[in-house]
Ligand binder design. Structure first.
Ligand SMILES: Cc1cc2nc3c(=O)[nH]c(=O)nc-3n(C[C@H](O)[C@H](O)[C@H](O)COP(=O)(O)OP(=O)(O)OC[C@H]3O[C@@H](n4cnc5c(N)ncnc54)[C@H](O)[C@@H]3O)c2cc1C
Ligand SMILES: *[C@@H]1O[C@H](CO)[C@@H](O)[C@H](O)[C@H]1NC(C)=O
Ligand SMILES: *[C@@H]1O[C@H](CO)[C@@H](O)[C@H](O)[C@H]1NC(C)=O
Ligand SMILES: *[C@@H]1O[C@H](CO)[C@@H](O)[C@H](O)[C@H]1NC(C)=O
Ligand SMILES: *[C@@H]1O[C@H](CO)[C@@H](O)[C@H](O)[C@H]1NC(C)=O
Ligand SMILES: *[C@@H]1O[C@H](CO)[C@@H](O)[C@H](O)[C@H]1NC(C)=O
Ligand SMILES: *[C@@H]1O[C@H](CO)[C@@H](O)[C@H](O)[C@H]1NC(C)=O
Ligand SMILES: *[C@@H]1O[C@H](CO)[C@@H](O)[C@H](O)[C@H]1NC(C)=O
Ligand SMILES: *[C@@H]1O[C@H](CO)[C@@H](O)[C@H](O)[C@H]1NC(C)=O
Length: 590
């Protein structure tokens, strides 16, 4: 584990570009000619574009003051980033520091704009046939493929150096039906209310479409994350998880372009191994999903309950309150509460004061009686009242519908995901109900999180997205980490760096997170007990196979070999990626 990153770099350096177990790179003889690219362009109806990083218009001979000003205004705009072939959300995955390539807006105008991990070409696919053409081209020419939907991936899975990108963003069809029959199901078999969405649909688009039909759908909390890409294929957690399960629990059918370039439908009745793998096995691994069909659920009123817990900063009682809060979570979660909490151990407040605070907002769907919820929180309020120096504020917020909860509470005013273009690294862990119900569990959790070094404003986030329906779905045919079925809270924190950080500084942050901080988070329940959510995890997670998939990994690996034996689809820290170097350019074992 020591020098993990350096090991990865050595693999990359040792790989000989021309050898047959490597993919073709732009300077290799095997790289397709202009004519070949132009032929591909014809087969995709002119949707092929040559790609440069988004900030290229601000550097060197490409400098264009109008375009650069426009790019500067949009730089942190997550909606804009999701549509660009030359950008993703997390700036660190646009750069390729190991090769000294980056193209930061912040860098001096005369500095070179390096391509980094940004693809060389992109097909802005409009149809399934365009996807097939791109896949066949990459296969025939031995080229690295990258699938980009919104580019939100925290582990660098939506970029790959020297690659051909498939940009799914523009595939936006949505169809809501009352009676969905999976392909190959017995005649007359219906799965009931469902919605089919194309690969590029984003969460708010899906929410609005089903709300028109007075229905709801299990999805995440974001303005821009995709509904059919990495989110659902990675499991997909939701602030309404306790009510209706994980996103992938609700999948009924996937249509997918395989490594062969053929279109295949996967559901419970056909290609059920692929169906199992696509529900939690991770994006970018088994093929290109063109559309997904998921169940919809009835609309319902909601009570949101906000509790703020505050102490003066540096007061050790804050961690007792943290402990009491986590001890109370299982009962609140069992009663139907799910949602989020945010903790800031050092929060400068006003002119001279600094506090430590936890702000929680849990949602109770199908509830209208505020007193019922207040009562549910009484044991916690009482417990917190017994701790010296702890201030508690609480307020119920009754809401008429899930739709209004999503748009007027969860996605309102929050600029959390309009800030693209930064470099940030996550550390996360799933924590179980058993832990929180055990005698010393909450205290051990508090001790671990207290030992992380917190700077002013740095925040941990708890996602109470497991519990009732997620736990009840434990026998569902799906590849998600079995640890999800025992989870009450998925907790994370992040560390970031400025665009001007040196490679040495970046490596130091990565190394400490991977070798010191992750083990601290893991130690609470022991390495083998739980795991981490693959979509919101550390990109250098040691033993990622076990952390992300637990006992499901060997079966996932087999299914990967069956559907993609040559490794056309390799995503960082994805199933089968251990057979390749970190960039997915050269196979390690032949
Ligand atoms: C602000 C924010 C909020 C979030 N909220 C939640 C949340 O509430 N719940 C939750 O579970 N997660 C959440 N996430 C995490 C999110 O699920 C992941 O970032 C996820 O990878 C995003 O998927 P995407 O398709 O939008 O992004 P991308 O980065 O474009 O894709 C992610 C991965 O999926 C692959 N992929 C994309 N489309 C396809 C396709 N059609 N076929 C095959 N592979 C594909 C890509 O190659 C890549 O490997 C959040 C992330 C952010 C940044
Ligand atoms: C693909 O064709 C379109 C339409 O003819 C053209 O605008 C575009 O520049 C071409 N792409 C490439 C990479 O040549
Ligand atoms: C771009 O922005 C700079 C600084 O804000 C300004 O001086 C310049 O005139 C702008 N250029 C154009 C073409 O708008
Ligand atoms: C859902 O909420 C959005 C945002 O408030 C609103 O524009 C839309 O009309 C709502 N949909 C329904 C069906 O109520
Ligand atoms: C929407 O669905 C809910 C729950 O099924 C129901 O109570 C309500 O009457 C419906 N509203 C409309 C306008 O159909
Ligand atoms: C902040 O502290 C300074 C110095 O102790 C004091 O003069 C000032 O009045 C304080 N301000 C507030 C708002 O308490
Ligand atoms: C909790 O804190 C948030 C953020 O400061 C604030 O907006 C909210 O009103 C507070 N809630 C209560 C119940 O006081
Ligand atoms: C590593 O992380 C721990 C826990 O957050 C912290 O206390 C320590 O200072 C960090 N070490 C370095 C070298 O950054
Ligand atoms: C990097 O930029 C920040 C401002 O964004 C500045 O405060 C810092 O000093 C710079 N660091 C280096 C090493 O240049």
């Amino acid at each position: 584990m020591l020098f993990l990153l350096i090991t990865l770099l050595c693999y990359a350096a040792a790989a000989a570009p021309q050898s047959s177990h490597c993919r073709c790179r732009p300077h290799d003889d095997c790289w397709p000619s202009e004519q070949k690219w132009s032929k591909l362009n014809q087969t995709v109806q002119g949707n092929l574009v040559a790609v440069r990083p988004a900030a290229s218009v601000c550097h060197g001979s490409n400098y264009d003051s109008n375009a650069c000003n426009a790019t500067t205004r949009l730089w942190t705009d997550s909606v804009w980033r999701s549509a660009q072939p030359g950008a993703v959300q997390n700036q660190m995955w646009e750069a390729w520091p190991e090769h000294h390539e980056s193209c930061y807006l912040e860098s001096p105008r005369n500095s070179k704009c390096g391509q980094g991990r940004i693809s060389v070409y992109s097909v802005k696919v409009q149809t399934t046939s365009h996807i097939q053409q791109a896949v066949r081209f990459a296969r025939a020419n031995n080229i690295r493929l990258a699938i980009k939907n919104t580019g939100h991936d925290f582990l660098g899975r939506s970029t790959a150096p020297e690659s051909l990108q498939i940009l799914t963003h523009e595939m936006k069809n949505i169809k809501v039906v009352d009676n969905f029959t999976p392909k190959g199901a017995p005649h007359g078999k219906s799965e009931g209310h469902a919605v089919t969405m194309a690969a590029g649909v984003q969460l708010p688009e899906l929410y609005l479409a089903v709300a028109e039909h007075n229905r709801t759908v299990v999805g995440g909390s974001s303005h821009t994350v995709g509904a059919a890409g990495g989110y659902i294929q990675g499991g997909g957690h939701s602030p309404f998880g306790a009510w209706n399960g994980l996103g992938s629990d609700n999948a009924l059918e996937f249509e997918i372009v395989t490594a062969e370039g053929s279109v295949v439908v996967a559901n419970s009745y056909q290609n059920s191994d692929l169906f199992w793998a696509l529900r939690g096995g991770g994006g970018g691994t088994f093929g290109v999903v063109t559309s997904v069909t998921v169940r919809t659920h009835p609309e319902a009123p909601v009570i949101a309950y906000n509790v703020n817990i505050t102490t003066s900063s540096g007061n050790p009682r804050f961690w007792d309150a943290f402990s009491a809060f986590h001890a109370a979570l299982p009962a609140i979660n069992d009663a139907g509460g799910s949602g989020y909490y945010f903790g800031v151990p050092i929060l400068p407040f006003g002119q001279n004061t600094t506090v430590s605070a936890i702000t929680s907002l849990l949602l109770f769907p199908q509830k209208t009686d505020v007193n019922e919820i207040i009562k549910l929180y009484e044991p916690l309020t009482r417990k917190l009242g017994q701790i010296n120096g702890v201030k508690v504020e609480a307020a119920p917020i009754p809401l008429p519908s899930v739709n209004s909860t999503i748009f007027e509470v969860l996605l309102s005013g929050s600029d959390a995901d309009s800030t693209g273009g930064v470099s940030s690294l996550l550390a996360s862990r799933l924590y179980s109900k058993d832990l929180m119900m055990s005698e010393d569990g909450p205290e051990r959790l508090a001790k671990a999180w207290k030992s992380i070094s917190w700077s002013p404003y740095s925040t941990f986030i708890g996602h109470v997205v497991g519990g009732p329906a997620v736990a009840a779905n434990k026998n569902i045919h799906s590849a998600v980490n079995p640890a999800w079925r025992k989870t009450v809270s998925h907790m994370l924190f992040s560390r970031s760096w400025e665009a001007n950080a040196t490679l040495t500084q970046q490596k130091a942050i990565i190394k400490n997170m991977t070798e010191v901080e992750i083990p601290i988070l893991r130690s609470v329940e022991g390495e083998d007990q739980m795991g981490a959510y693959l979509n919101e995890a550390n990109p250098y997670e040691p033993g990622f196979q076990k952390s992300f998939w637990g006992t499901n990994y060997p079966r996932l690996y087999k299914i990967k070999q069956k559907w993609d034996p040559k490794g056309l689809f390799i995503s960082r820290k994805g199933v089968g990626s251990e057979d390749w170097d970190d960039a997915g350019m050269c196979k390690l074992k032949i």
